[in-house]
Design a protein around this ligand. Structure first.
Ligand SMILES: *Cc1c(COP(=O)(O)O)cnc(C)c1O
Length: 403
């Protein structure tokens, strides 16, 4: 159906609901969901041209789908990238990125605070194919610089990190990468384009787990890479077409609609997280609160500059304890006393989710490795949702006040 092109210079919240709406002949207002694995070709000649790449047009689900394309275009508009490519999950987008850009003998530099599966994928799985890697401290720019080698192809950063919300300087890492002829990739899961747009700070690739805030309601797995048209069409598209970690149209539709409320969710959830962080740091049983929005956060100034003045929706707290065993008992008591909030290993949901990192995401590390990573037995991560702030506080107090 013919539609007017959108005017230039629309604001992000307008783009989130208005861009990439490709109406069918029925003129539906809400985006259509195209659940089909194949496409009927208008003629044998047209089919041949499409397969030869000489004509636009859908052929098969592994090569493209209109609902998936809408999600990709809308995410690219929000991130300010030329293009985006959707994948089945956040991890598969990292897999696609590394698989498309690296060969045996290449080197990847990344931080020790990255998502656990990312560290395993690079440090163990890709190592089996001769890809070298070095882990550095998240916030130590000199360490990143010193670890660059002639064969370094990718610097991969995540900011803020899980669960300690450590922040790294995206623009400075982009300079380091580019001076070394490497690319900078940023995992933007925690901040989302509403708070932080790494492409504008020099990042070459932005990676997403759509499972988190982009869906925002804990329903589906999804992932994406945002990058230049050239990287997407020359590097990532050929590999995904032949390897198949594509996003299902149904999941794409869910995340596409999730993007419409991303702005108000991120702001409302960040506001609740900030109030909760300020309140928690005054509680007598709380030893420390980790949250980029707090003045006590070691990279507070950088975080505020880089994240639109907001701290995001994830915070962590350490309960006071004499030793690791009692810390674990006390953290478990707080978690087991919850009656409203969820004990759940996910984040980016409208429901507030709490986890105990030392026995879940970081459970396979030795106690020494955990101490080095700063993940104590008393640490609790809170991914703040949309419940009323008074109910959030009251549910945490059930355990904190009876320690
Ligand atoms: C969840 C997450 C991932 C992995 O995404 P999946 O969708 O679970 O595959 C990667 N990075 C960060 C920061 C995450 O929180």
């Amino acid at each position: 159906m013919s539609q007017h092109p959108l005017p230039d210079n629309l604001h992000l919240d307008t783009l989130a609901v208005r861009t990439a709406v490709d109406r069918s002949q029925y003129g539906e207002n809400s985006e259509a969901l195209y659940l089909t694995s194949g496409y009927v070709q208008p003629s044998a000649e047209a089919s041949a041209r499409r397969f030869a790449g000489e004509e636009d047009g859908y052929t098969y689900g592994r090569s493209g789908n209109p609902t998936v394309s809408s999600f990709e275009m809308r995410l690219a508009a929000l991130e300010g990238s030329e293009a985006a490519l959707a994948t089945a999950s956040g991890m598969s987008s990292i897999m696609l990125m590394l698989f498309s850009l690296l060969k045996a003998g290449d080197h990847v530099l990344y931080s020790q605070s990255m998502f656990g599966s990312t560290i395993k994928l690079i440090g163990s799985e890709f190592a089996r194919f001769g890809v070298e890697s070095t882990i550095v401290a998240q916030t130590d720019l000199a360490a990143w610089k010193a670890a660059i080698r002639p064969n370094t192809k990718i610097l991969f950063a995540e900011t803020p990190t899980n669960p300690l919300t450590e922040v790294c300087d995206i623009a400075a890492l982009a300079d380091l990468a580019h001076n070394a002829g490497a690319l900078l990739a940023v995992d933007n899961c925690f901040a989302t384009p509403i708070l932080q747009r790494p492409m504008g700070m020099g990042s070459d690739i932005v990676m997403h787990s759509g499972t988190k805030y982009l869906d925002g309601q804990g329903r589906v797995m999804a992932g994406a890479l945002c990058a230049s048209e050239k990287l997407i069409t020359e590097k990532f598209l050929p590999v995904i077409k032949n390897s198949g970690m594509v996003l299902s149209p149904f999941n794409a539709w869910v995340v596409l609609k999730g993007l419409e409320t991303l702005d108000i969710r991120m702001r409302a959830q960040s506001a609740r997280a900030h109030e909760l962080a300020l309140w928690l740091q005054e509680h007598p049983r709380v030893a420390r609160v980790y949250y980029p929005g707090l003045a006590s956060h070691p990279q507070h100034d950088l975080a505020m500059k880089q994240m639109s003045g907001l701290g995001g929706a994830v915070l962590s707290l350490d309960v006071k304890a004499q030793d690791p065993q009692s810390a674990r008992t006390q953290a478990f008591h707080v978690l087991d006393s919850l009656r409203v909030l969820s004990l759940c290993t996910n984040l980016g949901d409208t429901k507030t989710l709490l986890t105990h990192p030392a026995s879940t995401s970081h459970g396979k590390l030795s106690e020494d490795q955990r101490q080095a990573a700063g993940i104590g037995q008393g640490l609790i991560r809170v991914a703040v949702g949309l419940e009323h702030i008074d109910d959030l506080k009251a549910d945490l107090l059930r355990g904190l006040d009876t320690l």
